[in-house]
Design a protein around this ligand. Sequence first.
Ligand code: IMP
Length: 191
Amino acid sequence: MKIVFATQNENKLKEVQSMMPEGVELISLTTLGQEEELEETSSTLEGNAEQKAVFVYEKFGMSCFADDTGLEIDALDGAPGVYSARYAGEAKSAEANMDKVLQELSGSTNRQAQFRTSICLVSEGQKQFFDGIVKGRILSSRQGEKGFGYDPIFAPEGEERSFAEMSQDEKNAISHRGRAIRALKEFLSQK
Ligand code: IMP
């Protein structure tokens, strides 16, 4: 079974391919010659994942899934959420994004937050959604050097370490993306 994973990020593709059931081959946007970034203009994670998957399905006529992830902070009413990548501006700077979150939460005792990934699969004209959540808290300052995005300031529930202090395997086992991908894998293995 060949399925397009609507991402331009080849590392993400490799990582997700390694988690797929036997017989599922993922095709990247680069392989399809889709160089231009796909539009994400929805106000929800589900909407963005759907927008990207439907675009590819209609343009290339191939089964496709797409994901979208956001960091949802309780004390900020769910922000940065769907705007996580560009929270501090169009430069999409992870450092500036973390500074903004830390500043907005300074003095706040409620540090509860969660990462959430939504995946939309479009196959044979049908849409399916898969969700993955990891709950945790926003630390008072950065910890660790690994990972990307908000990893240095997010510690999953029951951990003193941030995601940026964990190996890729440790993070995958509990992360939002890991959980959403495993739900997708479960679905695909039944096909
Ligand atoms: P995307 O939908 O995977 O491109 O994620 C959108 C934004 O959410 C990224 O640009 C990051 O700022 C943030 N993000 C997504 N996944 C993670 C993660 O695993 N750790 C930290 N930040 C993340």
